[in-house]
Design a protein around this ligand. Structure first.
Ligand code: NAD
Length: 374
């Protein structure tokens, strides 16, 4: 079997999950040959190079995994294509739809493969649910809702090279990092993946409690192309006591699909049919590296990619439409915002966002009130 050589762009942060996954050797004859990272000087698993040119001067990888900050995705993915590689690209594809299309054009010009690292799209349990949905087992989707309230403190916003929550980097390259492009991106993506659809008729409300340029709280609603109501409610600023791990509630004509529930940590994905019978699909494990093994299978056997760019583009299009509608997020009134042990949060926000989720509505908060009164 011909060996597949893998290189990484980015070796620290999330890239560490790939570095740990590759030695598990879930496929034969796949070898990590090096990583490019100007800020990581040592790695026990492979040589580190300062630039892609230094790596390509001595190696010719078959696959490049791009797991660097968002504003580098386009130039690095295009570089890899132009140097004869397939690309496993971390999510989101890039900062803008325009640059995502440039990546896809480079893919098409070079005839190489591109997959995007939304790991839920590669999970065997999610894929089994989706196969049943696509086969019509549940009928058509009617309403699909997602709720994630994940506190993120100041260390989150200051990690790495300091790109979190920024619109542009120091060189003016777009980043547009926000709660829905980063930590909760997977859950918006899963809804669209299951619905096989972009968001149409999108409406949104975006807010910030943290001192960031984008938003840490968002409610987004819209429709799928088949008319299902879509609702996403996410925040990093609802406080620790309101923490809500990701939950999906997808109502179809014949069944309600659930992953997690209020106050719970999601484990198994279930479908409860209208006659009360339950189909339990098992635990969604979201193991890291599945997108790499999927790319290996695609190269060797022509396997379908779990998350092609065309699918991941729906996520980016939704974010871009939100940005078009609200170029500036609404700051929460200073009197509402509290600081507790490095966490910036808004008392009452957790309940208020749960109310939005339950009602399927955007918020209508009185920002002149002395406190948030849902
Ligand atoms: N799939 C997931 O669940 C998940 C989770 C977290 C992050 N991510 C994604 O992973 C990517 C990286 O995020 P992160 O939080 O690890 O970022 P990070 O800021 O920690 O950076 C990752 C690595 O890239 C390196 N880097 C910076 N500039 C570089 C350059 N010019 N060339 C090569 N390497 C460079 C940094 O030194 C760091 O080691 C982003 O696209 C992010 O959205 C995905």
């Amino acid at each position: 079997m011909k060996e597949i050589k893998v290189a990484m762009f980015g070796a620290g942060g999330f890239a560490g999950n790939y570095l740990n996954a590759i030695p598990l050797k879930k496929r034969e004859a796949v070898r990590l040959i090096g990583a490019v990272d100007p800020f990581v000087k040592e790695c026990a698993l492979c040589p580190i190079y300062n630039t892609p040119d230094e790596l390509f001067a001595v190696e010719q990888p078959d696959i490049v995994i791009v797991s660097t900050p968002i504003h580098l995705h386009a130039e690095q993915a295009i570089y890899a294509f132009e140097h004869g590689c397939h690309v496993v690209l971390e999510k989101p594809i890039s900062a803008t739809v325009e640059s995502a299309r440039q990546i896809m054009a480079a893919r098409d010009k070079t005839g190489k493969l591109l997959s995007i690292g939304f790991q839920l799209c590669y999970d065997p349990v999610i894929r089994a649910v989706k196969a049943d949905a696509d086969a019509g087992l549940f009928g058509k989707p009617v309403s699909m809702k997602v709720l994630v309230l994940w506190p993120r403190d100041h260390s989150y916003y200051h990690r790495g090279t300091g790109w979190a929550g920024k619109k542009l980097d120091h060189a003016g390259r777009p980043i547009y990092d926000n709660v829905l492009s980063n930590a909760t991106a997977h859950y918006l993506m899963n809804m669209l993946f299951m619905a096989n659809s972009p968001v149409t008729s999108l409406e949104c409300a975006t807010y910030r409690a943290n001192a960031i340029e984008t938003f840490d709280t968002a409610v987004m609603k819209g429709l799928s192309t088949t008319g299902a109501q879509l609702l996403v409610v996410v925040s990093h600023a609802a406080g620790k006591e309101s923490q809500q791990n990701p939950m999906f509630e997808y109502t179809y004509e014949k069944a309600v699909l659930r992953w997690g529930g209020k106050g719970q940590t999601a484990k198994n994905f279930t479908a409860t049919f209208n006659d009360g019978t339950v189909k339990d699909y098992g635990e969604v494990k979201q193991e890291y590296g599945e997108n790499l093994w999927n790319m290996v299978d695609a190269i060797r056997d022509g396997a379908a990619l779990g998350c092609p760019a065309e699918t991941a583009l729906w996520h980016l299009q939704a974010l871009e439409e939100m940005r078009r509608q609200q170029p500036e997020s609404t700051p929460f009134p200073a009197s509402w915002v509290q600081e507790t042990e490095g966490l910036t949060w808004v008392p009452g926000l957790g309940k208020a966002l749960n109310d939005c989720f339950d009602a399927g509505e955007l918020p209508h908060w009185d920002l002149t009130a002395p406190e948030l009164r849902p």
